[in-house]
Design a protein. Structure first.
Length: 359
């Protein structure tokens, strides 16, 4: 494959070092129209919180933004890019730039068009959803991925079936990792066996430059502190999941940045503090409430919105689909975890800066 759109070296370096990349939500008014001031406020919040990147146009942004009746795909990607550029322009010259990731969906013509738009708007990579290919063979999926990679560097995506994903084989991931213009893979099957398939496939591919990111909201801390060691034809390979691209990190982001920093400090050590592992269980408990595990993730997007609403960043927890709302009992579960784990929130940080972000 001709590498027509390589990523800048700094993008690869930052991804490999490990970043907090929130999956950017969609701010709506009560009339379910784009709330531009609050959409900008969210982007400013993530930048101020220390996120190393943003993922826009992904599941947490709501796939329905692509529906012609809403017509929000370009406006939302453009708004995030413009706001992030303004944030970076006003920051210290020494501040690192954020990696910009655009969600890429659909069959090849749609995905290529979305990749072209993302590149035009200054995005560095495309998070490639394969949800539109539920029964395709590996070769068709790989041909699709190569076509999109000709336009925009790829962030692979193993998505759990409950959110529209499909099982993908070890062989698929090994061949996917061999595509030159793949920068990273988000591993989010919520399944340890399938997670290991991806990590081992990358080890077997020999792609030492490829970054691994957790999307396993049920196992964030363990993913970030576990050294993965495999014996391969190329010798022993040691891999680490570098960071996270997570809907869960779309709220309480300042605390997520601190958590990743703590996990990174443990890498290379002979032990991991029991207190950090305990916090991992607490994070998973919070995510169960936010993502509505009790109802098969039906309320996952409004659950994130609800936390942001409580903090004042969003005016409500509305989604484009009026049927997409908190499930019965979900608000009570969110209240429970907010009370149980105040040390995991960043409420005081948001209160301190909310007015400036909403300007």
């Amino acid at each position: 494959m001709a590498n027509l759109a390589p990523a800048p070296a700094w993008v690869r370096e930052r991804l490999k070092a490990g970043l907090v990349i929130p999956a950017h939500p969609l701010a709506l008014t009560a009339a379910r129209r784009l709330d531009e001031p609050r959409q900008r406020a969210l982007t400013r919040y993530y930048h101020a919180a220390g996120a190393g990147g943003l993922a826009v146009g992904v599941h947490t942004t709501q796939f329905a933004i692509r529906n012609p009746k809403h017509g929000l795909f370009r406006p939302v990607l453009q708004l995030a890019a413009e706001t992030l550029t303004a944030c970076e322009s006003s920051a210290s010259p020494q501040s690192p730039r954020a990696v910009r990731v655009a969600g890429i969906c659909g069959l090849t013509p749609q995905a290529v068009a979305e990749a072209r738009l993302a590149r035009e708007l200054g995005y560095h990579a495309g998070l490639l959803s394969l949800g539109a290919w539920p029964a395709a063979e590996d070769e068709a999926l790989l041909e699709h991925a190569r076509a999109v990679a000709e336009i925009l560097p790829l962030f692979g995506f193993y998505l759990q079936p409950a959110a529209g994903g499909r099982p993908l084989s070890f062989s698929f991931w090994q061949r996917f990792a061999e595509i030159d213009n793949v920068l990273a893979i988000k591993i989010a099957p919520f399944n340890r066996y399938q997670t290991l398939d991806v990590v081992r496939a990358v080890a077997e591919s020999g792609r030492a430059d490829l970054a691994l990111y957790t999307g396993n909201d049920d196992n964030i801390v363990s993913d970030l502190v576990t050294p993965f060691v495999f014996s391969t034809a190329k010798g022993e390979q040691r891999l680490q999941i570098a960071g996270g691209l997570l809907g869960h990190w779309a709220c309480w982001t300042r605390s997520a940045v601190e958590l990743l920093q703590e996990c990174r400090r443990c890498r290379g050590a002979s032990t991991v503090p029991a207190s950090l592992l305990a916090r991992g269980g607490q994070v998973t408990d919070c995510n169960a409430a936010f993502f509505d595990v009790a109802h098969g993730f039906a309320g996952c997007v409004p659950g994130i919105h609800e936390i942001l609403r409580r903090q004042g960043l969003l005016a409500g927890n509305w989604c484009l689909d009026p049927q997409e709302q908190l499930s019965p009992g979900q608000a009570e579960e969110i209240e429970r975890v907010c009370g149980a784990y105040p040390h995991l929130s960043d409420d005081s940080f948001v209160r301190e800066h909310l007015d400036e972000w909403l300007r």
